[in-house]
Design a binder for this molecule. Structure first.
Ligand code: ACM
Length: 265
């Protein structure tokens, strides 16, 4: 089966959701795809000094919220499901979340399980667990940025049936792109890491984001890697059914050969 995946890598601007919406609209103006993945916190940018500072730009998980509503229109226009990171507010809590929105509306909302560094001062730890959803007959899972360093994240999604892992990111550690090759191989899944570019500075902290958004197939082949410092929209065709076969040899199956009795919890 043929399924078109797109990655949008860009430089979200802090404190300006409208500007970020305009940038995304500009890049996605003519694309047709099945799945489009955007970076983490694509509505707000990354560095904030306190929950109070980011709260005005966070939004509820609702089709009427400004950022999600703009994504919904783009999903209709592109006939695609869009997975995008955003700052979510819910019940007086803030979450670092990823929305999956199709032309028919919201399919899933994931709240980041493993918060990185000072994100712990802004967001509550995610309480959704790892989520898969179905779109055009394909099972898609979501994880966000730093979730990559915990192999359990991708493993849980793969064991839940995910053929593709959509991975919005704001990466600052340089090893993730290499590690995602392993995540693909050890789970026989496609991984789609949509990273951001640029630098953010706040109160003596400066973060350089690593770009190099990447699409990797279930055998570890990097199908696409973006440049480290340029905005880019890139799409390619994959066959998601390649992720359904977990046989490594005629005597080894990735899932059936596991020995959970010998694994620590
Ligand atoms: C990260 O999780 N944004 C590094």
């Amino acid at each position: 089966m043929s399924f078109r995946i797109a990655i949008l890598q860009f430089d979200p601007v802090r404190n300006d959701v409208e500007q970020n919406i305009r940038t995304i609209e500009h890049h996605l103006a003519v694309i047709q795809a099945d799945l489009i993945v955007l970076p983490e916190l694509a509505n707000t940018g990354y560095l904030y000094s306190s929950p109070k500072a980011i709260e005005p730009y966070a939004e509820e998980c609702a089709e009427s919220s400004p950022f999600i509503s703009a994504l919904g229109k783009l999903a209709q226009q592109s006939k695609s499901t869009i997975v995008a990171g955003y700052a979510e507010k819910a019940n007086k809590c803030l979450y670092n979340s990823a929305i999956a929105i199709s032309p028919n509306g919201i399919l899933a909302n994931y709240r980041k399980t493993h918060l990185f560094h000072n994100e712990k001062d802004l967001f509550a730890p995610g309480n959704t667990g790892f989520i898969t959803f179905e779109w055009k007959g394909v099972s898609i899972g979501m994880m966000i940025c730093f979730d990559w360093i915990f192999p359990e994240s991708a493993r849980t999604l793969a064991l839940s049936g995910a053929q593709i892992i959509a991975h919005p990111a704001n990466l600052v550690l340089h090893l993730c792109q290499d590690a995602m090759i392993t995540r693909s191989v050890e789970n026989r899944v496609f991984t789609v890491t949509a990273n951001r570019i640029g630098t953010e500075q706040l109160e003596g902290t400066s973060l350089d984001f690593t770009g190099r958004s990447q699409i990797t197939d279930p055998f570890g082949t990097v199908l696409y890697q973006a440049p480290k410092d340029k905005p880019v929209l890139h799409s390619l065709e994959i066959d998601p059914d390649l992720a359904l076969n977990k046989d490594i040899t005629n005597r080894n199956n990735l899932f059936q050969d596991r020995r959970p009795a010998f694994y620590y919890q």
